[in-house]
Design a protein around this ligand. Structure first.
Ligand code: AMP
Length: 293
């Protein structure tokens, strides 16, 4: 499966991409992350990108196209990938079309996460606060001033891609203002409808979902969100299982059997509760007596 996630900064592309990595067994190719790694390592690409990124501008097309072309060729991308933050301009989209053609690969879908601009600043502020809490290094371009510039460049250079992919019948728009798990479910439904995946592909262990992003630690709030999303995604599976269970034959007898089973279960539960209550009371009494002494 090959997908593009499109959306302004703070729209949740990164979070959704991580969840999709776990669910579909594909890799997340984030040009932003690759560029940050290049900056940190001080490579020639990193040196070129550093200032541009810090100011909220866009790194030259040929640089990011080169990075993506190399990355797609790596074996772990063989199963499929999610492009997060690429393409960001029409020339990048055209270069990607050409690249995929040369490599005999097909793009399954472009998922646009649509969000209210008014929510973006507070989302990015939350992300910064959470990163600080976890003791992680905060992105230098996550400031209100730079965010304003990044949003402006999204509007002028990236938004035209919505038209580009809609014309090519590749675009699916999802309401990115919904809760994380609802966005995940909506994306999944869309991918199923497009035939890009099987309906049964469900979120795997949430514990494994969260640390997918490099550098993120387990037990972070993102991990918690992923856990929640995975849990919710699992719920319908349970009810579906129940619904497909064969109805019990011999109605009256079966009903009686089920009823008595339920009664026994309830009684057992009540007895357990009473026992626990009693034990607690007794423990309290002992503590009181000891305190008196
Ligand atoms: P992101 O992590 O996607 O928000 O990207 C962070 C920064 O990296 C952007 O503000 C750009 O400066 C740069 N960047 C990431 N992806 C691209 C791209 N496809 N084209 C140009 N610049 C990019």
């Amino acid at each position: 499966m090959r997908i593009i996630l499109l959306g302004p900064p703070g729209s949740g592309k990164g979070t959704q991409a991580q969840l999709m990595v776990q669910r579909y067994g594909i890799v997340q190719l984030s040009t932003g992350e690759m560029l940050r790694a290049a900056v940190a390592a001080g490579t020639p690409v990193g040196l070129k990108a550093k200032e541009i990124m810090a100011s909220g501008g866009l790194v030259p097309d040929e640089v990011v196209v080169g990075i993506i072309s190399d990355r797609i060729d790596q074996p772990d991308a063989g199963n499929g990938f999610i492009l997060d933050g690429f393409p960001r301009t029409v020339p990048q989209a055209e270069a990607l079309d050409e690249l995929l053609k040369q490599k005999h690969l097909k793009l399954d879908a472009v998922i646009e996460l649509r969000v209210n601009e008014s929510a973006l600043l507070s989302r990015v502020e939350t992300r910064v606060a959470q990163m600080r809490e976890r003791g992680e290094e905060v992105r230098i371009d996550d400031t209100p001033e730079v965010l304003t510039k990044r949003l402006a460049s999204y509007r002028s250079q990236t938004e035209p891609l919505i038209h580009y992919y809609s014309e090519r019948r590749k675009l699916s728009t999802i309401d990115g203002m919904m809760a994380i798990d609802e966005v995940t479910a909506a994306i999944h439904r869309q991918l199923v409808a497009l035939g890009a995946t099987e309906p049964k592909a469900r979120a795997k262990s949430a514990a494994r979902a969260a640390p997918a992003k490099k550098g993120s630690k387990p037990g972070t709030s993102k991990a918690k969100q992923a856990k929640k999303a995975a849990k919710t995604a699992k719920k319908p599976a349970k009810s579906a299982k129940k619904a497909t269970k064969k109805p019990v034959k011999g109605t009256k007898k079966a009903a009686k059997k089920t009823a008595s089973k339920a009664v026994r279960k309830a009684a057992k539960k009540a007895a357990k509760k009473a026992f626990r209550k009693g034990a607690k009371k007794a423990a309290k009494k002992v503590t009181k007596k000891r305190a008196k002494r």
